[in-house]
Design a binder for this molecule. Structure first.
Ligand code: UT7
Length: 321
């Protein structure tokens, strides 16, 4: 039986941290106290002008490939989860393949599931590898949400940041990804959306991120709790066997409520939202890489990763690391 195992991780945050006080200094009518109390966010990073999702993805990917002890040409599948691609087309994944100098005719495509994008991409890659069709996948979450924020909407612009995280997932004899679950309910598409579009070079409608924060909050806590239980059940495991929970990093209060619903103590929850803000599809691989590099996550541990986002979409993966 072929398993799909994480062999390396990498991540990248552009520029220096931008604190809540820095946002106040830039003229946003907010305060460190409001943002920190409601969200746990203290800082985030923003891409420089001209820096795109593929720029961030490239650095994170090179780090992940190095950590896996692989080379670019070993990668025969690239999946980039992003809602802020460089272009409508070509895909950010195809651009990334070119930037990494990979010329092996492997597959490359983007996945658009907003903040659930990494859970979706990882689950897709796992199925390709387990089928035997591909050997080594680069799975990336890369976002430049700063480009779709309305800086006059203080209810949203203080929440998000830019960044990228990547994992190399490869065929192995030993178990890696133990269970995955993906879901969507398009009925709720309006509570978190960029409701505009670009056509014939013109912006149609509203091109910025809009959100009903309270509706998103309630939805997120419910489905993140449910989907964690779903992957545990699918793998026949109990919550006591989980070493780490890595929920989507949107808001510390959502993370705490989710942990409570799942029944996992907060000491076993990885939270990077305070330093990264909400980086959408990049948030889970950024948190995973941070916890691997600082030594909290070690080989042999079981991890639940889970995302929720616009669409509405949600999903989880249970991983033996
Ligand atoms: O990937 C998923 C992404 N989405 C999320 O994570 C969002 C989940 N939702 C939330 O985290 C919360 O709903 C928010 C943090 C976004 C908002 O918290 P809230 O407790 O739901 O606040 P609210 O929207 O009800 O606003 C309360 C007050 C309002 O003032 P009044 O009307 O009570 O005078 C807002 O105008 O807070 C005000 N407010 C702010 N004040 C200072 C809204 N944004 C800000 C701000 N700074 N940045």
């Amino acid at each position: 039986m072929i398993h799909a195992r994480i062999s390396g991780t990498g991540s990248y945050l552009p520029g220096a941290p931008v604190t809540n006080d820095d946002l106040v200094a830039r003229g946003i009518e907010t305060s460190d106290e409001w943002i920190a109390t409601r969200t746990g966010i203290r800082a985030r990073h923003f891409a420089a002008e001209g820096q795109s999702a593929s720029d961030l993805a490239e650095v994170a990917s090179r780090r992940a490939i190095e950590a896996a002890g692989a080379s670019g040409d070993d990668i025969d599948l690239i999946i980039v989860a992003t809602s802020t691609p460089d272009f409508i087309f070509p895909s950010t994944a195809a651009l990334l393949q070119s930037r990494l100098g990979i010329r092996n005719d492997g597959a490359a495509f983007d996945v658009q599931a907003v903040c659930s994008g990494f859970a979706y991409a990882l689950s897709i890659a796992e199925k390709f590898i387990r089928s035997g069709s591909h050997q080594r996948a680069l799975v990336v979450g890369a976002e430049v949400f700063s480009r779709i924020l309305d800086w006059s909407d203080r209810g949203t612009c203080v929440l998000f940041g830019d960044g990228a995280g990547a994992v190399v997932l490869e065929a192995a004899d030993q178990p890696g990804v133990l269970a995955t679950a993906l879901h969507a309910d398009g009925l709720h598409h309006k509570i978190l959306a960029v409701p505009g579009a670009i056509s014939s070079g013109k912006v149609l409608g509203d091109p910025f991120l809009r959100m009903d924060g309270q509706a998103v909050f309630k939805f997120a806590v419910r489905v993140l709790g449910d989907v964690a239980s779903e992957v545990l059940d699918a793998a026949g495991m109990s919550v006591d066997q989980i070493d780490w929970l890595i929920p989507h990093q949107a808001n510390i209060r959502i993370i705490q409520s989710t942990a409570k619903r799942v029944g996992i103590p907060l000491e076993k929850v990885i939270a990077t939202v305070g330093a990264h803000g909400n980086t959408s599809a990049a948030s889970i691989p950024l948190a995973l890489d941070a916890a691997i590099r600082d030594g909290r996550i070690v080989r042999g541990q079981n991890i639940v990763l889970e995302g929720v986002g616009g669409g509405f979409t949600w999903g989880a993966a249970l991983i033996a690391y």
